[in-house]
Design a protein around this ligand. Structure first.
Ligand code: C2G
Length: 730
């Protein structure tokens, strides 16, 4: 039901731990040592941080009855990240994901896989086969069985031993061993030999092996994320070993073809992409490739695209890469990149090749808030302050997405540029100062003499980056990318000591580069004329001055999304009831998080609801709100400066806290307002706000001292003085 609690008894297996005499130095040695200790009939390989579903091995029982030898495969979930929403992984595991991906020489997929099941299996295990009578589709079987040469099609994903089940007698009889003398790729030789010795391959059609990914290449890198300069040498050495022992000609061809395909991809990547594959000693690699290609089955060359084939043929004859072939591939790859970025590629190329070579412009400041979605937040406060106090001193460049209505266009010394457009690329490369509240692009080049101010966008409540176990909805390289990007920040703005402490571990960011200033965006909340400002904002939004305002500003949910960076929001607040019970006194201002791309339909609630999800600056909405309803959004840290009542509508509290994210605060104790799980609770609180204020007076006081004692209305000045420093006067 969307959650797994690994501490539950059904997840605990009976096992004994046996100690080997010497600590094995490589992965292969560890596997060999384990095999000498194993006594059962079958060997099942499970990585130490992975899990098997409780009935995984029971399902595999079928192998036991099959003769001759068959290799079993427990079938992995495509990804499983600890504490991420399990439903997501399950949903993504459509049966199509468990189809073998293409890896070997081109062969047609067998037309009707259900006929592929050996009669023994059908005879012996009728109860376990569940054929869809309409379609006779193999996907509805509990097994996917493949034999003969076809099973070599599975090469690209089957060369890893995790999740495989194999007859131990076979291993013993043929002295199958993992490679011990290398750090990487110990499985190749073992797996190819094992597949050569078995005649069939049986995979459960429902995944039952859970491969845990931490997605933290910085602190907990997976083997494929390690920086190993001779990775390719090790890989080819493993191929050489495997191929040398594969006598069967059909296997020889299949394996050769698989490796040539990999080489093709390697050329493609190593020579032409922006992420170079590490190779420390190119001549040695070429020498080794030359040797390896002598062993390869000649017919396999036909399976790779023409350009790579030419390189491979040449390499086979002599240990040298022909320059013309490389040039052509490089050009094609560049063209490809330009086409695939839909035009953005061209401007990006200009950024890298041209703009970053131009001189840095010493008085230019580039600003971005929330990925160009609005003119807001601390960058806006800094901009306004500089305009008021240092007029004419700087050129200001604001990054804005097309279609944003509220922009600083037309203000003195200010231009607005389109995100990813030509001028954007130009200023990104040449502005001396960058003031950004989220993250800069991955490909951003930090040039000498430039200064980067990361203002960030909230006191952390939800676990961030390195404190997060899951990044299910984000890029798998999220942590690594974040780490690299934050190394380019010269300063990080912090709102309180608490944030300083959290950012130190969550971002692995040095404290000495943090500015203990308070948030520039919050100065407006302490402004002497804030009541007058509030009145003007109400008038601007068309809200009657005699109505009080409830601001509902929830955050986003990691598990509620359409795709990467594209989030949904399901409104759980009963607006109709709010209107019925409170409509005379209040209006509701609805404000969804900037990640939510869905436009909530609020027609039908008349003039009770003001959907201000695209209003540029939430701090102006704080100013007019008499009460805030939020959940796990950092908005309440800022709103609390106003000392007005805060309610937490946390209908998914258990799930959010334990499964999706986890919090830095003790939500039960540390908050300045009540946790409310139902609409009844929310309404009861709204009906008696004075009671809430009274009940939470002490907690509010503690909260303000802990989080808001730097917020005195002068944060912007402190940040500007520290960051621009002598550039303000020289
Ligand atoms: N925000 C907003 N409207 C909302 C929610 C958030 O305008 N309905 C803005 C606020 O400025 C808020 C910021 O976006 O402070 C960050 O939003 P969070 O909900 O806290 O979530 P997130 O973007 O994940 O950032 O350190 C803080 C964290 O990074 C959280």
């Amino acid at each position: 039901n969307g959650q797994i609690d690994f501490s539950q008894p059904e997840w605990q297996a009976d096992y004994t731990i046996q100690q080997v005499e010497h600590t094995p130095e490589t992965l292969g040695a560890a596997r060999n040592a384990a095999m000498t200790l194993a006594t059962g009939e079958w060997l099942v390989f499970v990585d130490s941080d992975d899990y098997l579903l409780p009935n995984a091995l029971a399902d595999m029982d079928a192998i036991d009855r099959l003769q001759p030898n068959i290799m079993g495969d427990l079938n992995q979930f495509p990804t499983y990240e600890p504490h991420s929403s399990f439903t997501n992984s399950l949903e993504q595991t459509t049966v199509h994901d468990s189809l073998p991906k293409w890896g070997g020489p081109k062969k047609r997929e067998p037309k009707n896989r259900s006929l592929n099941l050996p009669p023994e299996l059908l005879d012996q295990l009728p109860a376990q086969i569940d054929v869809d009578p309409e379609t006779a589709n193999w996907l509805s079987h509990r097994y996917f069985y493949i034999d003969g040469d076809q099973r070599w099609d599975l090469f690209n994903r089957q060369l890893k031993i995790a999740g495989k089940v194999i007859d131990r007698r076979l291993v013993e009889e043929h002295h199958l061993q993992f490679a011990e003398d290398r750090e990487l790729y110990p499985d190749f030789h073992f797996m190819t030999q094992a597949m050569g010795l078995t005649t069939g391959y049986l995979r459960l059609s429902e995944p039952s092996y859970i491969r845990v990914k931490h997605n933290d290449p910085i602190n907990q890198p997976a083997v494929h994320q390690l920086t190993v300069p001779d990775r390719w040498q090790q890989r080819i050495a493993a191929w050489q070993e495997a191929l040398a022992d594969l006598k069967d000609p059909s296997l020889h061809l299949a394996f050769s073809a698989y490796t040539l395909q990999r080489l093709h991809r390697f050329f493609y990547q190593a020579l032409a992409t922006s992420t170079p594959t590490e190779v420390d000693d190119v001549p040695a690699l070429i020498e080794q490739l030359h040797d390896y290609l002598q062993m390869v089955e000649p017919a396999a060359f036909k399976t790779v695209p023409h350009f790579s084939r030419r390189i491979l043929h040449k390499l086979r004859r002599q240990a040298q890469v022909p320059q013309t072939a490389i040039n052509v591939i490089v050009r094609l790859r560049q063209l490809n990149r330009v086409i695939h970025h839909h035009g953005r590629g061209v401007t990006r190329l200009a950024y890298g090749w041209w703009f970053t070579k131009m001189p840095v412009k010493p008085r230019t400041i580039l600003y971005e808030s929330f990925l160009g979605r609005n003119f807001s937040d601390s960058p806006k406060a800094i901009y306004n302050y500089l305009q008021a106090n240092y007029p004419g001193r700087f050129k200001h460049v604001w990054i804005m997405n097309p279609g944003v209505e509220e922009t600083p266009a037309g203000q003195p010394n200010t231009i607005v540029v389109k995100r990813f457009g030509w001028r954007y690329m130009y200023y990104l490369a040449t502005a001396k100062f960058q003031v950004i509240n989220m993250r800069q692009p991955k490909w951003f080049v930090k040039r000498p003499g430039t200064k980067f101010l990361a203002t960030w966008h909230g006191t952390p409540l939800k676990h961030l980056v390195f404190d997060m176990d899951n990044v299910a909805s984000a890029n798998p390289l999220y942590k690594e990318i974040f780490y690299e990007q934050s190394r380019q920040w010269d300063y990080l703005v912090t709102a309180n000591q608490f944030s300083v402490d959290v950012f130190e571990h969550a971002f692995m960011y040095p404290v000495k580069q943090m500015l203990p200033s308070g948030y520039p965006r919050n100065d407006i909340l302490s402004a002497p004329d804030r009541d007058e400002q509030a009145k003007q904002i109400k008038i601007k939004l068309g809200i009657p001055l005699d109505k009080k305002i409830i601001l509902y500003a929830p955050t986003w949910r990691d598990d509620d999304y359409y795709g990467v960076g594209d989030y949904k929001f399901t409104l759980k607040l009963d607006i109709d009831r709010l209107r019925r019970e409170l409509g005379d006194e209040y209006v509701l201002v609805l404000r969804t998080h900037y990640f939510i791309t869905e436009h909530l339909d609020t027609t039908g609630f008349g003039d009770f609801v003001y959907n201000e999800s695209s209003y540029d600056d939430i701090s102006e909405l704080y100013l007019i709100a008499d009460v805030l309803i939020t959940d796990y959004s950092s908005v309440f840290f800022d709103y609390a400066i106003l000392k007005r009542p805060i309610l937490y509508f946390v209908y998914d509290y258990e799930k959010y806290g334990s499964v999706l994210r986890g919090f830095y605060l003790n939500m039960e104790k540390d908050l300045p307002g009540p946790l409310l799980k139902t609409n009844d609770d929310v309404l009861a609180a709204l009906h008696d706000l004075p009671a809430v204020t009274k009940d939470y007076a002490a907690a509010y006081q503690r909260f303000s001292e802990r989080f808001n004692n730097w917020e005195d209305g002068h944060a912007t000045q402190r940040v500007v003085d520290a960051f621009f420093d002598e550039d303000l006067t020289n």
